[in-house]
Ligand binder design. Structure first.
Ligand SMILES: Nc1ncnc2c1ncn2[C@@H]1O[C@H](COP(=O)(O)OP(=O)(O)O)[C@@H](O)[C@H]1O
Ligand SMILES: [Mg+2]
Length: 398
């Protein structure tokens, strides 16, 4: 089956499309990840495979990006604009998939589209007398299905939340499928707007998987760059490389409740968005710009290392496999490598496993769409905190 996965993350930088071919172990659409402890290595003579055929990235036009960022940060937004954004993003996602499929001459069977998160509150809180958790991914599946004339699975997170989970992270399902090894314990670390990890011990079954958001990925760095230098991000980490980390600021920031909280836990702009960055800048006072960028960069690497130290049993893992836009920042990568060396963890890139870092999450949603299409759950309850398996997403027929 040929499936397109579509992702646009909290950085709101653009749309990633991955076209994959999924071949199930026995040719009948068998599950990618057998639920009960058995793994693809032992599931049978013909393990399922996902092969990346093509991937492409489509930056959002600046006004679209600005509107998305404004909407995510807003305390109030126009209902009409939210409705329009939903349909507009549907068109943009469809266009991105059409362009990719045409360019690489691929005929699709199915699309899995994550959508754009405009609000995520994984923890239940009191609202009008009820305890409510809520999430909202926008980008109308019906529009994509109509344009592409194939079924589309969209809106993956609510089903996990309805089952008592936090609706995130969902990518651990894919991490488990591609990285699980009988002998090597691996930590998959994605550094997008937010950074999240999936720890897969050697010989793990699905329920042994630990996954949670470690804190900011590029989000704080990007906002600091925008504020101080008027640029979207610190290209290749050049500015951070020329600055010094403000240690007292880092120590204070790492004492925050989020970093200490036991997983499962998720973060978003609600935790590390505009307000957080304001506080960050205040704490830095009159320091040099480069020092502030270096400090924001160190916040990402230290919080990742800290999370491993605190919540992932050391000694059971040999490698960390990184992906996401943060891997393009060499200062970030060098600092992370130093942190990991101190824990005897080798740094590897998802690209070495046939998963280009920008395509990974899109591939993951293609895989989850495939499971949903076959009526199977693809949440990882140990990662989201759900009470049990949930079939993720809603289907629009093209
Ligand atoms: N050449 C680069 N140098 C440094 N950082 C980069 C570079 N390219 C991308 N990035 C960072 O990666 C981010 C996008 O990462 P991505 O994985 O797409 O995140 P998300 O999933 O949140 O959309 C950008 O906002 C930027 O911070
Ligand atoms: Mg992105």
């Amino acid at each position: 089956m040929i499936v397109a996965g579509v992702m646009s993350g909290t950085s709101a930088d653009g749309i990633n499309v991955a076209l994959v071919e999924i071949v199930s172990g026995d040719g009948t659409g068998a599950s990618l990840v057998p639920r009960q402890g058995r793994t693809r290595a032992t599931a049978g003579a013909h393990p399922s495979t996902i092969t990346l055929l093509a991937h492409a990235e489509f930056p959002f036009p600046t006004p679209v990006r600005q509107t998305i960022l404004k909407t995510m940060n807003a305390d109030s937004a126009s209902v009409a604009d939210l409705a329009r954004l939903n349909f507009l993003l549907g068109e943009l996602y469809a266009e991105a998939v059409v362009k990719t499929a045409r360019k690489y001459r691929v005929k699709l069977d199915l699309v899995g589209c994550h959508g754009q998160t405009i609000y995520h509150q994984g923890e239940a809180a009191r609202f009008l007398g009820h305890k409510i958790a809520a999430t909202w991914q926008t980008g109308e599946g019906a529009v994509i299905a109509a344009r592409l004339e194939v079924p589309v699975i969209s809106d993956f997170r609510p089903a996990d939340m309805a089952a008592g989970g936090k609706g995130a992270p969902l990518v651990p399902f894919f991490d488990y499928f591609v990285y699980r090894d009988d002998r090597v314990g691996r930590i998959a670390q994605n550094i997008g707007g937010i950074a999240n990890l999936t720890a897969i011990p050697a010989g793990a079954s699905l329920r042994d998987v630990i996954a949670f958001d470690t804190g900011p990925g590029n989000m704080v760095m990007d906002a600091v760059m925008q504020e101080l230098c008027g640029r979207r991000f610190d290209r290749d980490g050049k500015i951070a490389a020329s600055g010094r980390v403000l240690e007292p600021v880092i120590s204070r920031l790492l004492r925050a409740e989020f970093f200490r909280r036991q997983p499962p836990k998720t973060a978003g702009r609600e935790e590390f968005g505009r307000e957080y960055v304001r506080r960050f800048l205040r704490m830095c006072g009159s320091a040099k710009k480069a020092d502030m960028v270096a400090t924001a960069t160190a916040l990402t690497t230290r919080s990742i290392a800290d999370a491993v130290r605190r919540f992932v049993v050391r000694g059971r893992y040999q490698e960390m496999i990184v992906s996401g836009g943060g891997t393009k920042n060499s200062t970030l990568m060098t600092r992370l490598q130093d942190e990991l060396a101190a824990m005897n963890l080798a740094l590897r890139r998802s690209d070495e496993f046939g998963i280009p870092s920008g395509a990974k999450e899109a591939m993951a949603f293609a895989a989850m769409a495939y499971e949903t299409w076959h009526g199977r759950a693809s949440n990882v309850p140990s990662a989201t905190g759900a009470e049990g398996p949930a079939i993720l997403g809603k289907i629009s027929y093209g």
